[in-house]
Design a protein around this ligand. Structure first.
Ligand code: 3PG
Ligand code: MG
Length: 398
């Protein structure tokens, strides 16, 4: 892959200690991993290195522990879940540095896999302190980063180590960077973006960057209301950041200057309360009742969105079009997702999605596997789409 060193660039790993930064920040309930997608994504890198006879030493964080080690934030249960996914044993060391880590590493045979305890049990991890990085580096000969979703953090295990050891992108990192390049870096045009979700305030930089890069930008979800209100449409009791009216206007001005079409809802599904099964009606967007809340875009808007998907060669998608977590307000998100999936299957569309609720929304629509690429990254995906350099990616560049 152009620009990055990958596993293909490592001469020989047999017998080498390879420190692999992975993202094991997976959802856990009652000690069980409820969604193993992130573990499945890193399996190819681990299997490949192990198969070549490397000693594979996994580094990861879990949650955001504040006060050092605790059972709550231990990676130990996740070592078991990783072993289940890989179908082979994964050892565990109760510390990521020091004697416990060193002795576990010393006991490894070629091809063995070992997970070290949560790197965030040390504050020095997040501060990227050189002395801590040195201690992590003491257990490895080579560094592989396979955690795109943590690459927006300049931490010791995501950034610092790449300065200490020969550094390479793992297969999941490679796939992610390839997909993002196809989606937004060097896409086939026309490019359409769908951005949804609740708030404009968390996505200002994203929208500002997208209007300069894409041919059409569909704005849905609660954030569309802020744009509608800014142009003078009454959105009733809908979620709306009225204080961001001038930001929304500025985004629309930048879009016009860049030749990017902005597509706002033409109709909305309106309810009086935010709850599953609430009575609702579809109204023209100029006719939202004063006591109504827009919880989804209407059929007319869905048709406009699917028409744009038909015109697009590339689609990037972040955020749902409506309150997809409660029925029946998942309708537009599901319809648009199915349409994009079908076009992708026909070979007519490159579809890249990610960030926050997007994966959950596509899973809900049952089409996550039919997109060209679905990122498991949240913040890192957004920052990449905002056009910001990610520290963990920058250090891997040739
Ligand atoms: C994530 O879950 O988004 C990544 O693992 C990064 O976690 P963080 O937001 O706690 O840095
Ligand atoms: Mg996050």
């Amino acid at each position: 892959m152009a620009g990055f060193k990958t596993l293909d660039d490592i001469d020989a790993v047999s017998g080498k200690r390879v420190l692999v930064r992975v993202d094991l920040n997976v959802p856990v309930a009652d000690g069980e991993v409820t969604d193993a997608t992130r573990i499945e994504r890193i399996a190819p890198t681990i299997s490949e290195l192990s198969g070549k006879g490397a000693k594979v030493i996994l580094l990861a964080h879990f949650g955001r522990p504040k006060d050092g080690p605790s059972a709550e934030f231990s990676l130990e249960p996740i070592a078991r879940a990783t072993a289940d996914v890989l179908g082979r044993p994964v050892g565990f060391a109760a510390d990521c540095i020091g004697d416990k880590a060193a002795s576990a590493v010393a006991a490894m045979k070629d091809g063995d896999i070992l997970l070290l305890e949560n790197t965030r049990f040390y504050k020095a991890e997040e501060k990227n302190e050189p002395a801590f990085t040195e201690k992590l580096a003491a257990n490895g000969d080579i560094y592989v980063n396979d955690a795109f979703s943590a690459a927006h953090r300049a931490h010791a295990s995501t950034e610092g180590l790449a300065h200490r050891l020969p550094a390479y992108a793992g297969r999941a990192m490679q796939a992610e960077l390839d997909a993002l390049e196809k989606g937004l870096g060097d896409p086939v045009r026309p490019v359409v973006a769908i951005v949804g979700g609740a708030k404009v305030s968390t996505k200002i930089d994203l929208l500002m960057n997208l209007v300069k890069k894409v041919d059409a930008l569909v704005i849905g979800g609660g954030m569309a209301n802020t744009f509608l209100a800014a142009r003078g449409t009454d959105v009733g009791k809908s979620l709306c950041e009225h204080d961001l009216a001038s930001t929304a206007k500025q985004i629309m001005i930048e879009a016009a200057e860049a030749g990017c079409a902005i597509i706002l809802p033409a109709d909305g599904v309106v309810a009086r309360e935010f709850k599953a099964g609430a009575a609702s009606e579809t109204v023209a967007i100029e006719a939202v009742p004063a006591d109504g809340m827009i919880l989804d875009v209407g059929e007319k808007t869905v048709k406009t969105v699917t028409d744009w998907i038909d015109r697009a060669a590339t689609l990037v998608w972040n955020g749902p079009l409506g309150a997809f977590e409660i029925e029946p307000f998942d309708h537009a998100t599901v319809a648009a997702a199915k349409h994009a999936a079908a076009r992708t299957k026909e070979g007519k569309l490159v579809s890249v999605a990610g960030g926050g609720d997007t994966v959950a929304a596509l899973n809900h629509a049952g089409v996550a596997d039919d997109f060209t690429y679905v990122s498991t990254a949240g913040g890192a995906f957004l920052e990449w789409m905002e056009g910001k350099p990610l520290p963990g990616v920058e250090v891997l560049k040739r």
